[in-house]
Ligand binder design. Sequence first.
Ligand code: ZN
Ligand code: ZN
Length: 458
Amino acid sequence: MSHTSDATGRDLSRPVEPSTLYADHLQAATESALTTARHPGSAFAGAGEDLLARLEAHIDGVREELVELMLDLAEHPETAFEEYRSSKAIVDVLARHGIEAQLGAHGVETAIRAELAPRSGAGADGPTLAVLSEYDALPGIGHGCGHNVIAVMGLGAFLGLAKLAEEDSSAVPGRIVYLGTPAEEGHSGKEVMARHRAFDGLDAAVMAHGYGYDLADQLWLGRRTLTVDFHGRTAHASAQPFMGRNALDAASLMYQGIGLLRQQIPPTDRIHAILTSGGDRASIIPDLARLEMYVRSPAPATLRDLSSRIEDIARGAALMTGCGVTVSWDNHPPSLPVRTNEALTGRWVQAQRRRGRDPLPRGVVSETIAASTDFGNVSYRLPGLHPLIKVSDAEVALHTREFAQAAVSDRAKSAAADGAYGLAATLLDVLHDPELADAVSAEFEAAGGAIDVERYFS
Ligand SMILES: [Zn+2]
Ligand SMILES: [Zn+2]
């Protein structure tokens, strides 16, 4: 193998080290915004001091168990739809507390459902609220997204409310549903569960995610996947190239077309494509080329618009080359962006302040840094809460080995209890404060109400 170098002597057989200048710039902007930004919190009364203090004591009472489970899940990471051990471990903890849970629920073998029903008439007409746990890991890097922490925050919230109801039957005037939701990473497990009625009849659903900051709210982009196949005609690339129709040329034109489109799309939109098939031998004009793509955008309507522009490019590339094209969308169910519910977010912020945290408002951490979550689909079916809780240093990114380490650190242990309390307190607030409950649903309706997620893009 021959090695070349450029005029400066750089070894051209290796990639350049990417500059951190822009990341540094974003970091500096965040640090400057941190000094003044403060979330407004909540004007609602919520559940009141006595109930919240009792709830907090119950959650702190199970803290050690939560931490133990959090570490155990991290030690035995399981990827999407394979979370057999993890889901069983959660169900075992519930059983230890006398709560019977359904393992295998809503079309997913590793999903969990448990319910806390209102006691003897008290709260029979109250809201039905859900708290969610994720527990899937990433291939190769274990809990690099910290879903082991998410698991115990959700579980701890449910246990705390169960203990409170056990102590005082009027303290939890409504129905609490616990949902273990597998396969968030790459598979939209919550959408699979939603299509099996997991979220039917619920008035709100809450969960929290670990991060490098305490954030009340953050942008999560909607995401769709697509596969584009170009169909050409093979021919001898030297003897009869004029008899061929080159599928790789079509894929190449589409790839260029996407590159040019990028200047004319909103700065928040993302398009990423890889070429997974483009011929077998240089002497044969390829008759099949395949692009696998993700497209992302911050609103359902803009994601739909981006989708149609991508399809136009695919058709144009096919026309230019005389190839056929088939576009297949959503081989994995799409994820919608996360729709904020400020009434819920404000109560989370109040609860976190009680625990010595002060979640930042949206926008302090640049929205350039944005990914997607299947909780988005939940948040367009019913009011949802999806804040971020600090478990790592600010500069540690999700989906890294460093984040997996942070997810078993002392910070993660504190987040387990603080997050569990925050989620449970928010639900308790909704149960006890009818004005808050009305505001939560009014805000959801004002934002457009429930959308038909399953058919939105068809
Ligand atoms: Zn992730
Ligand atoms: Zn995650």
